[in-house]
Write a protein that binds this ligand. Structure first.
Ligand code: NAD
Length: 490
């Protein structure tokens, strides 16, 4: 298994595909069809050790001497290579995740822009010098944090990899990336492209494997300087604990239960289809899915009826069909988990207006689902279902809307629909989340900080601030005195 063939992938360590020490290779199936997709090697502790060693050697080797303008050129070259291979990458991702190819194509285009953004953002890396008086000169240096463990989930494998890899490489760090064992393929291909365009071997290493074993070994590895994690809030808590010994720098991008607030003065012709897009994109398997639709009571029944019509009109089917808007879920076991939430929601008093059942035929499909008559305290309004299920909750007025919007442990994203711009801005200040959209469903753009308040994590991705999370600041003090120093007068 020296190279990746169409159907068999090794680990990617020190610039090449490698056999796993354990010999473990798993069969991956397409969740939408149940058909075999590929075989992928899974790394264990020994492989993590090899990858960290390779990342450390690269950090201490030629990569340390690679100047910022060369790092920028390499990141642009990687973006070019992704662009040149976008069809192959899109098909691989779509088949692996079960996600509609139209969505995947948009994600790959965004990821490409993300590499370009950080290729340019490198120019902003700068220390400073400020006067401190006397005969002392001060300046600061920005240095890469070092070897970074980056752990990503299965819902946007290529884009989450881009969000992590681009700023780390921009800052001059080296990487051991651990994708989810179900979805390692496009990250492995990315690592291969990185070497093809000229990144030195060992700068980008990819070791797929299980979280509790391979992942936790990576997080606690003494050769790792920083951990950047995207995943569930529960796992994020565990990662935080693991990062305490030995102490690691840490950023966490975690779960969400984001609200979509629709006021009676909103343009419903915009708000309702956009709200449907905000939950059913990626079959609801998005951290920023607006899974709670909060609707002013005077228009509640009307919005529920119109929203259910839109949900019923979503084109669900073969992920590779360009007309498909919603593919399958990641696996049948995840679909059953989603269905469990819906059943418990119904038992607790929610009304299933549409959906609430598996798709017709084979594959891990679940119909776009609308739960109405939901109260904010119910499990379906509090827990991240991570599927195509919206909960519609009425509110009385602006104050009540803000109260319900803030009534979960999460704080990742919120969208407000109103015809009153001042009201939109007031709510943007009252809602405790890392990002707020006013009269637009869109969320993530290169350059705009993305991240959470509360249990949705800390640290930001996508923005200039993100580079700082991969840099150390070193302060240097210099004497410019003409006379010798003798502060104790000895
Ligand atoms: P998860 O937490 O189960 O797994 C995420 C990753 O962590 C996987 O690679 C997994 O193998 C690994 N992992 C699990 N246990 C580990 C451990 N003990 N040590 C080290 N690694 C471990 O999450 P998931 O179900 O794969 O992904 C969905 C979650 O990700 C949702 O909660 C979603 O909201 C969140 N998410 C957040 C963002 C964001 O930017 N905030 C983006 C995408 C997804």
């Amino acid at each position: 298994m020296a190279v990746a063939t169409e159907r068999e992938y090794g680990l990617f360590i020190a610039g090449e595909f490698a056999e796993p020490a354990s010999g473990e290779v798993r069969d991956l199936v397409e969740p939408a069809s149940g058909q075999p997709l590929a075989r992928a090697a899974m790394g264990g502790a020994e492989d993590v050790d090899r990858a960290v060693e390779a990342a450390r050697a690269a950090l201490d080797g030629p990569w340390a001497k690679t100047p910022p303008n060369e790092r920028s050129r390499l990141l642009h070259a990687l973006a070019d290579a992704i662009g040149a291979n976008r069809k192959e990458l899109a098909e691989l991702e779509s088949r692996n995740v079960g996600k509609a190819i139209s969505s995947v194509k948009a994600e790959i285009a965004l990821a490409t822009e993300h590499y370009r953004f950080f290729a340019s953002a490198i120019a902003s890396i700068a220390g400073r010098s400020n006067p401190i008086g006397g005969s002392l000169l001060f300046y600061s240096l920005k240095e890469p944090v070092g070897v970074c463990a980056q752990i990503v989930p299965w819902n946007y494998p290529f884009m989450m990899t881009a969000w992590k890899v681009a700023p780390a490489l921009g800052a001059g760090c080296t990487i051991v990336l651990k994708p989810d064992p179900q979805t390692p393929l496009t990250a492995l291909r990315l690592a291969e492209l990185a070497v093809e365009v000229g990144f030195p071997p060992g700068v980008v290493n990819v070791v797929p494997g299980d979280g509790p074993t391979t992942g936790s070994h990576l997080v606690t590895h003494p050769g790792v300087d920083k951990v950047a994690f995207t995943g569930s809030t529960k796992t994020g808590g565990e990662i935080m604990r693991l990062c305490s010994d030995p102490i690691k720098r840490l950023t966490l991008e975690l779960g969400g239960k984001s609200p979509n607030l629709v006021f009676a003065d909103a343009d419903l012709a915009d708000a309702i289809p956009s709200a449907a897009y905000s939950i059913y994109y990626s079959a609801g398997q998005s951290c920023e899915a607006r899974s709670r639709l909060l609707v002013e009571r005077s228009i509640y029944d009307d919005v529920v009826a119109q929203f259910a019509d839109k949900a019923g009109a979503i084109k669900m089917g073969d992920p590779l069909d360009p007309e498909t808007q919603m593919g399958s879920l990641i696996s049948e076991s995840h679909r059953d988990r989603v269905h469990g939430f819906v059943e418990r929601g119904r038992d607790a008093g929610a009304e299933i207006v549409t959906g609430g059942e598996h798709g017709d035929g084979k594959g891990a499909f679940y119909k776009p689902t609308v739960l109405a008559q939901v109260e904010s305290g119910m499990e379906v309004a509090q827990e991240e279902i991570f599927g195509p299920v919206v909960t519609i909750i009425p509110f009385e007025d602006e104050k009540d809307a803000a109260r319900i919007a803030n009534d979960t442990k999460y704080g990742l994203f919120a969208t407000v629909w109103t015809g009153d711009p001042a009201k939109g801005h007031r709510l943007a200040r009252q809602i405790k989340s890392g990002m707020v959209g006013i009269n637009t469903p869109y969320t993530a753009f290169p350059g705009i900080p993305f991240g959470g308040y509360k249990q949705s994590g800390f640290g930001r991705e996508l923005g200039l601030d993100t580079l700082e999370l991969y840099l150390e600041t070193k302060s240097v003090l210099v004497s410019t005195s003409a006379r010798p120093y003798n502060p104790f007068g000895l």
